[in-house]
Design a protein around this ligand. Structure first.
Ligand SMILES: [Zn+2]
Ligand SMILES: [Zn+2]
Length: 387
């Protein structure tokens, strides 16, 4: 049991790493500078084993405890930034126009590095900790690639834990719940195929713009009329493109959107029914559709035993009331879900204070949260792997 004061010193150092990473954001799998920064820091802590180049720029590092043999648990941080022009006006703003750490992965990486520094110095646990630094959380399924490259078996990881900062939640507070905590993510594209022609003679055409309008309205009823009201499903049309001129009825219209749900079975429902509605409407008006549906992140599902362990670890660090153990799930997706499909584990939210929201140009990770994140990791390791 270690209170927050234990982590102030390492957090001060972690804030320097965090600001360096914030100034030097990289995207997706292109994390060459970030990954070498992380690997250099890890090497300076006398880590037992470092492996780089997993899923291109991912890293797994092992720390052996001094409490004897035991299992290996995985702690995961994401390292990638976003294609956004920063407007935080902080002295440590991004030096690369059009790229910024707008999701706080600079903070996540620094907190796991801080925990690594603390754990290599103390080693007050049995078994082994596997630090997982992953690329491409935002748009590339980096967690899935690390799993596909076999990290769970290769490093003997038996449980996995993740953490994400939460703007709007007070610094020093945590939120978690057993079961679904983040939504599944699927994207779809519908190309409406009509027959183009002169806008003054619509009767000689099959107008894909009118068909697209009907399809968009039709999709709204899949949730309101087709889904159990007690289950969660979102179908949002987010893109609509058609036409080039005032006087031409175009050949095609394109509709794109996203599906989010907390119930894995509703992903199949959404896929088949979006196609059925789009096809039925288009054919009814003499057109047709091409349909593409991409399965992306699964539902993020916390496991009971590991969730309870995470709650206890957080309550070793802060007042019990500062850990909300029944937080409402979010429909936002998180690719850590792929790791939770492979191994039991838990994903926790960490208060980031009253900052701008995630993915907003004015967002900045709150350095005051660093000791809480580092302290959570350390308490979790000592709780999960007790001597
Ligand atoms: Zn994000
Ligand atoms: Zn994120």
């Amino acid at each position: 049991m270690r209170g927050i004061e234990e982590f102030r010193e390492v957090a001060t150092e972690a804030s320097e790493w965090r600001r360096y990473l914030h100034q030097n954001p990289e995207l997706d799998y292109q994390l060459q500078n970030t990954a070498s920064f992380v690997a250099e820091k890890l090497a300076s802590f006398s880590i037992n084993h470092i492996e780089t180049g997993i899923a291109e720029t991912g890293i797994v590092a092992l720390i052996q405890g001094e409490g004897g043999d035991g299992p290996t648990i995985g702690l995961r941080a994401d390292m990638d930034a976003l294609p956004i022009l920063e407007a935080s006006n902080k002295p440590w703003s991004s030096t690369i126009p059009g790229k910024m750490h707008a999701c706080g992965h600079d903070g996540h990486t620094s907190m796991l590095l801080g925990a690594a520094k603390y754990l290599t110095a103390t080693r007050n646990f049995k078994g082994c900790v596997a630090l997982i630094f992953q690329p491409a959380e935002e748009d590339g399924q980096g967690a899935q690639r690390m799993v596909q490259e076999g990290i769970m078996d290769r490093f003997g990881i038996s449980q996995v834990f993740g953490m994400h900062n939460q703007p709007g939640m007070e610094v020093g507070k945590f939120g978690i719940s057993d079961g679904p905590i983040g939504g599944a993510l699927d994207d779809f594209d519908i190309i409406v195929k009509g027959r183009g022609g002169h806008a003054a003679s619509p009767h000689r055409t099959v107008d894909p713009v009118v068909i697209a309008a009907q399809i968009i309205l039709g999709l709204q009823t899949l949730v309101s009329r087709g889904t159990d009201p007690l289950e969660s499903l979102v179908i949002s049309v987010t893109k609509l493109n058609a036409g080039t001129a005032y006087n031409i009825i175009p050949e095609h219209a394109e509709i794109s959107g996203t599906v989010r749900t907390l119930a894995p079975g509703l992903r199949d429902f959404a896929e088949t029914q979006i196609l059925a509605v789009a096809q039925g409407i288009a054919r009814g008006f003499g057109g047709d559709v091409e349909f593409k549906h991409r399965r992306l992140d699964p539902v993020t599902v916390n496991h009971t035993a590991e969730t309870n362990m995470a709650i206890k670890a957080a309550r070793n660090l802060v007042e019990p009331a500062s850990v909300d153990d029944k937080i409402r799930p979010s429909m936002g997706s998180e690719d850590f879900a792929y790791m939770l499909e492979e191994r039991p584990g838990a994903y926790i939210l960490l208060g980031n204070g009253p900052t701008a929201g995630l993915h907003n140009p004015a967002y900045d990770f709150n350095d005051e949260a660093l000791p809480y994140g580092i302290g959570y990791w350390v308490n979790l390791v000592e709780k999960a792997l007790p001597v």
